[in-house]
Design a protein around this ligand. Sequence first.
Ligand SMILES: Cc1cc2nc3c(=O)[nH]c(=O)nc-3n(C[C@H](O)[C@H](O)[C@H](O)COP(=O)(O)OP(=O)(O)OC[C@H]3O[C@@H](n4cnc5c(N)ncnc54)[C@H](O)[C@@H]3O)c2cc1C
Length: 398
Amino acid sequence: MRDENRTPRRRVAVIGAGITGPLLSVCLVRLGFEVDLYEAYVRRAQDVGSFLNLAPNGRAVLERLGLADRVLEQGVPAGSIAFANHRGRALVRNPERTTNIMRGELSGALREAATDSGVKLHTAKRLVALAENHDGDWRLGFEDDTHAEADLVLGCDGVNSTTRRLLLPDAPRPAYTEVVGSGGRARLGASELPVDGRFHMVFGLRGFFGYQVVSPGEVWWFENHQETDERSFAELAAIDDARWVAALADRHRPDPAVVRRILNASTGPVGRWPVHEVPPLRTWHRGSAAVLGDAAHAVAPHLGAGAALGMEDAYELALALYEHPTPQRAFTAFEESRRERVEAMAKQARQTGAVMTPDKWITRVIRDLMLPMAIKQGVRKGTEAYSYRPSPWPVRTG
Ligand SMILES: Cc1cc2nc3c(=O)[nH]c(=O)nc-3n(C[C@H](O)[C@H](O)[C@H](O)COP(=O)(O)OP(=O)(O)OC[C@H]3O[C@@H](n4cnc5c(N)ncnc54)[C@H](O)[C@@H]3O)c2cc1C
């Protein structure tokens, strides 16, 4: 039963403590909401050993909230992104400043910021059921047979979102992008590669490779390549790290020697994933529940945009819930303001992906002819994509 002294529609259940969820929770608590954050894992296997590149628009959200230094403390700034082709020829340099950071570190720092703000974090709580009560609030069921209640449910549970499936059962399922991504660390001799503050990207003949030398001898790398037949996360995870890396090194045999050098010097766990995207959803909400971040619009990873988009979502949805008198009005305003941006990013990511990981030789020939022009255009579009800046944070009124 609802506590009559409580401000109506103030108890929020946020599902998923990856990136979008903890940041949304911080924003909501600061705006006077009471937030429970539910996370399926203590630490996700997918987060181990892999990093992501946080775009300037994501950093801008963290700065607006005064969290950038703290949350990105374990990150490594990249002063520019340098693109080269499979012959090692420099193509173009994107002068944007970005930050590379281990996924687990980013998520962990955001969770810590959330709990320090007063968010109640519950780990090992996998949402499995969601029922709307007569008065429009929600009963949540978890895998461990426990339950909770909330006025609002906000699903930040990623590309395979359970919240989305329970809330919007007719929504299209995530689609395999025919790309497999991997990421890890390598240890080289201290003077083998310079610590040049650049994020290097190589358009290999049969795969796309990126790396940054983060300190003398330590390199973070990622790789994306095309695989038409989908292998599940579990199937990929079952492959021994050394075998996986050796196969990648073989795939990159025609490319600049530095790619194989880094792959062959890999140490520690190597993350790998079949990559999915969420096709456009007709709506992102029902009643007083909604999905956001990857749960609403996971885009292919080729732009390195998903985490920053999730951060934008978190900020914008919190403000909408603060400003609008009902959650439904807030959700409608949020969707109207966000849909065009995320759909444009999804399209751009798909186009970039087609250039990055072509499987047919003829596509590769055309790509190599078009690459310098396509990359320059991509950098221009990327700059537009990065240009989001959050509106001022409203004065807290209670
Ligand atoms: C190969 C690859 C490379 C990428 N590289 C970049 C990059 O360089 N830069 C970038 O910005 N983005 C990148 N992305 C995208 C980025 O990882 C996502 O956009 C981002 O993680 C989305 O954050 P999120 O919080 O919405 O979802 P997630 O990070 O997926 O978090 C979802 C959370 O919900 C939890 N969860 C799931 N189900 C349940 C449940 N039923 N109950 C409770 N909790 C649940 C999960 O355990 C997880 O912690 C990449 C993605 C891939 C696949």
